[in-house]
Design a protein around this ligand. Structure first.
Ligand SMILES: [Cu+2]
Length: 471
């Protein structure tokens, strides 16, 4: 760079700085609300950057930062966090040109798209992008497009000063609401190709080391007669694969994310610092989760990624059975994992609203509403039957009951409440969300015995099935 060029560059730089200062001052003064923290500093930084560009290059600010018409350029720093967009509300004068400098400070992937179509790429944790919103003449919504994140709160509202006073909180993005679901035809026939989930619980393998691979897949399943639903799964089914062992066994789980968003896994059967094994991994990543089963019980596992209400509500749960040391042999063992069904597009505003209200479309045993009413479980008169039950929620516990049967054994959360030979019996196994246990009964005669969650809201909406008992 020779002396003449340097002189011209410095002159241009001074002009650009002066112009930028002229932009900043009226922007701040004209704003009807206080600028978000960092906005002033950001604007100043942008101006200085423009000055530096002027010195080194063309001598003019980038075209995108030139004010449109009579408007000003407004640059705002935006942070994407754990189901948050901060600030969630930005106000500009009509005609202002808006630039968002977006940074993902969360531990999972996010992005930001503006109603007008402008968008950042998917941003990995720690990544940033500049989003040119352009000239703002009317209120605009922005949101994260990762499934479910908008409904969980990752929204931003851009208002103009002439509309801001009457504006409410950010609207739901257009198209995110799939409308109320139709009532479920629970007594209709399941599809011809439907295969009931085998509720038989095989005995614990005769070994002390268990190696398991669990792959996340996002798929579609028949969840009620003729009703198919997009689900997020461990291993392609709801619930995920069953793990069973004995106290002291070591489980080495290879957890692979074949999905399209971040997922994690939390085994309640493990006792360890959650930081590493329960962390969210991105699509294509894997982790090894190793734990020793210190305590017996019927343990839940579930996705550990925020918002868990959605991840569990869309199918990401399963059970680990660790046998009590004195577990006596029985004739048949079944496992029923109770969950909830929320129809509609996973993560849509409508679905998430029902999750938050605790209003499932149905309750399910092993992923299907009234599935075992169509494919009853079986036993013979006089056989001892043990039924393990785990309440996965995400919102409802259970009061597990078999119509016509009494339980002579109840094991709940690591302790026996009733044991064989006691004078007393039990009618229901009550489990809060994320609890588990088992009951035992001997069916007295042949017949068809309904089993239910005795909370009738749940039973009448899917948490029911039958035992067919034969001689
Ligand atoms: Cu998940």
């Amino acid at each position: 760079m020779n002396a003449d060029t340097l002189l011209w560059s410095l002159l241009l730089g001074v002009i650009v700085v002066a112009a930028a200062a002229a932009i900043i001052i009226p922007t701040v003064r004209n704003s009807s609300t206080a600028p978000p923290p960092g906005a002033v500093g950001t604007a100043l930084g942008a101006a200085l950057t423009a000055a530096a560009l002027g010195i080194a290059g063309s001598g003019t600010a980038p075209a995108s930062e030139v004010p449109a018409g009579s408007g000003q350029v407004r640059t705002v720093d935006v942070v994407l966090g754990d189901m948050t967009v901060s600030p969630s509300h930005v106000t500009v004068a009509p005609g202002d040109s808006l630039v968002l400098r977006v940074r993902n400070e969360d531990t999972q992937v996010h992005d930001l798209v503006v109603e007008t179509g402008a968008r950042t790429p998917r941003l990995a944790p720690g990544d940033s992008a500049t989003l040119q919103v352009g000239t703002v003449t009317e209120p605009i919504d922005a949101w994260c497009t990762v499934l479910g994140h908008s409904a969980a709160g990752m929204r931003m509202r851009i208002d103009t000063t002439d509309t801001a006073d009457s504006a409410d909180s950010p609207d739901t993005p257009a198209g995110a609401d799939s409308g109320p679901p139709a009532p479920l035809p629970l007594s209709a026939e399941m599809s011809d190709d439907w295969q009931p989930r085998d509720a038989v619980l095989p005995p614990a393998p005769d070994r002390t080391e268990h190696e398991v691979e669990i792959r996340v897949t996002e798929t579609e399943l028949e969840v009620a007669p003729g009703v198919r639903q997009s689900v997020w799964t461990f291993g392609g089914d709801v619930p995920g694969p069953v793990l069973r062992g004995k106290v002291g066994d070591v489980f080495t789980v290879t957890f692979v994310n074949d999905g399209t968003m971040g997922h994690g896994i939390d085994f309640h059967a493990s006792s360890l610092a959650p930081d590493e094994p329960m962390r969210t991994i991105n699509p294509g990543e894997r982790l090894t989760y190793r734990f020793r089963a210190e305590k017996a019980g019927a343990w839940v596992y579930h996705c550990s990624t925020s918002p868990m209400l959605q991840h569990i509500g869309n199918g990401m749960y399963g059970a680990v059975i660790i046998d009590p040391p004195d577990l006596e042999p029985v004739d048949r063992e079944y496992l029923l994992v109770q969950g909830e069904l929320y129809l509609g597009e996973p993560g849509s505003a409508d679905q998430v609203a029902r999750m938050r209200a605790g209003e499932p479309d149905a309750w399910v045993f092993n992923g299907v509403a009234a599935g075992y009413a169509h494919a009853p479980l079986t036993a013979e008169v006089g056989e001892r039957v043990r039924i393990w039950v785990v309440a996965a929620g995400p919102t409802s516990g259970t009061s597990f009951h078999i119509v016509g049967a009494q339980f002579d054994t109840v094991y709940k959360e690591g302790a026996y409440l009733v044991r064989r030979g006691d004078a007393g019996g039990a009618q229901a196994l009550d489990l809060a969300v994320a609890q588990g246990g088992f009951v035992e009964t001997v069916f007295p005669e042949a017949g068809s015995y309904p089993f239910v969650d005795h909370d009738m809201r749940h039973a009448e909406n899917g948490a029911r099935g039958f035992f067919t008992i034969t001689e």
